[in-house]
Design a protein around this ligand. Structure first.
Ligand code: GDP
Ligand code: GDP
Length: 436
């Protein structure tokens, strides 16, 4: 199911990022102490009552050196393109400003629901100040206070009323969804074409939801895949090409809908920070990952080149140590045929379930080999381990005190599980729970 997208729009300083952080909250992640994993602060997932949704802080989208009004305009347009519901945020302490009116003008043209929030209404006495905002023409203004966390419930209730009801295209269980992500010009489109060129039978092109990438349902060597193609979308307009953060946004959503993510690198250009950023998100989202080094044809090489390149990737992407690396060329088609078997492998591992008895034998052996750590004289005791879910494989270890299962010991257990079962291409998650 595709999550609805909410975007916050408004001129600077009205409190967009404050509200965004309030709504997204602190997401605790088991991987956060792994170097190289960074978070995108403009895009997050959130929950409100029974609703799961994604939220964009358009204020965080860097438009470059454009004049002030132009920036606001572009951010609003991104919101209109990307979101199902827009929160138009204003500042109740300053009243309606000319810049608010500019934003309103752009939003009038959108055929998307707009909910008007009046921020910085920190106490009930100030509620009278919201009436001016009716003039903006978006109906009832919702008084809120980002710093105090007031009124957000009513605002989100109103927004949730407008969430689309339709479900995502449901593909059959045997269909593997994958996407190619990477910065512009690494060769994503060329790779899609090269993959499709291989003994393809296109079953259909599916117009996904209105805002999303184009899904192609294809059959390659008898296996069915959905390619979630974001590359082509980029060419849609100026904003799409000039805004780096925006292409990241698009990639993030494709990742969320994928089983397997191909992180595409450009062999000629090497690895840059943006590559790590995107790859980090695929990892955090718990998707299977394959690292694809494209344009291998364009590299001068001897017998050591591939190994050296591989070492470089491993040191930059330590958090992706489970991801296989493939060196290929969309141009010459070299090793293109190895991709789908690798996607199959990663996908199988991503949804693999292991037997509980075997799992517990492995963990017991591990503990015998490397005794559990102590903290302040208290020793970690592991009672029982079980796999609670797939995509990605997730394990719960029942222990005497979860605080005692430190990162390094968790990592050790993960490695033992990997040695025993493989899990190549997929992250695995391990959580500790206190045995009741
Ligand atoms: P943005 O530019 O729209 O993302 O605005 P920020 O979230 O960065 O907020 C701008 C300023 O307004 C910061 O100094 C915030 O602390 C402050 N602010 C945000 N929400 C509130 C609020 O509800 N009440 C008050 N008094 N100040 C707020
Ligand atoms: P995208 O922006 O990631 O979709 O990248 P494109 O597929 O549009 O490719 C960007 C440029 O790289 C184009 O000029 C392609 O011809 C070139 N390119 C793509 N794949 C390869 C490759 O395997 N080898 C070489 N030498 N060039 C490639």
């Amino acid at each position: 199911m595709v999550k609805p997208v909410l975007a916050i729009v408004g001129r600077p300083n009205v409190g967009k990022s404050t509200i965004f952080n309030r709504i997204v909250g602190e997401r605790v992640s088991i991987v956060e102490d792994i170097p190289g994993v960074t978070r995108d602060r403009i895009y997050g997932s959130a929950e409100w009552l029974t609703h799961d949704f994604n939220i964009i802080d358009t204020g965080g989208i860097d438009i470059g050196d454009e004049p002030f009004l132009e920036q606001i305009r572009q951010q609003a347009e991104i919101a209109i393109n990307e979101a199902d519901v827009i929160i138009f945020l204003t500042n109740g302490r300053e009243g309606v400003t000319a810049a608010d009116e500019e934003v309103a003008k752009i939003l009038y043209k959108a055929k998307k629901p707009v909910v008007l929030g009046v921020n910085k209404i920190d106490n009930p006495d100030m509620r009278d100040q919201i009436y001016d905002f009716y003039a903006l023409g978006f109906g009832e203004p919702f008084p809120i206070s980002g710093s105090h966390g007031l009124g957000l419930g009513d605002l989100l209730d109103e927004a949730a009323k407008h969430f689309p009801k339709h479900e995502e295209n449901q593909y059959e269980d045997d269909v593997i969804k994958f996407s190619l992500i990477g910065r512009p010009n690494v060769g994503k489109s060329s790779l899609v074409n090269a993959i499709l060129g291989e003994e393809r039978v296109i079953v259909s092109n599916i117009a996904g939801t209105t805002r999303d990438a184009i899904d192609s349902l294809v059959s390659i060597n008898g296996d069915k895949y959905v390619i979630i193609d974001t590359a082509g979308m980029r060419k849609k307009g100026k904003v799409y090409e000039t805004t780096e953060k925006y292409s990241v946004l698009r990639a993030l959503r494709a990742i969320e809908r994928s089983d397997v993510v191909l992180v595409v690198l450009d062999a000629e250009e090497g690895i840059i920070e943006q590559d790590k950023h995107i790859a980090g998100y695929a990892h955090e989202a718990g998707r299977a990952v394959i690292i694809v080094v494209n344009k291998w044809d364009a590299v001068d090489k001897d017998e050591k080149t591939m190994k050296e390149y591989e070492e470089k990737i491993r040191s930059h992407f330590q958090f992706l140590d489970y991801a296989p690396i493939v060196f290929l060329s969309a141009k010459t088609k070299k090793r293109i045929h190895t991709l789908t078997p690798m996607i199959n492998m990663a996908s199988e591992n991503h949804s693999m379930r292991v037997e509980t008895s075997v799992l517990n034998d492995i963990i017991m052996d591990a503990v015998a080999m490397n005794p559990t750590p102590t903290d302040n004289g208290k020793r970690l005791k592991i009672y029982y381990t079980t796999q609670v879910s797939v995509k990605p494989p997730t394990f719960v270890v029942f222990v005497n005190d979860p605080e005692l299962l430190h990162f390094s010991y968790k990592r050790f257990l993960e490695n033992r599980i990997r040695d025993a079962f493989g899990f190549e291409g997929t992250p695995i998650k391990i959580f500790a729970r206190e045995r009741k």
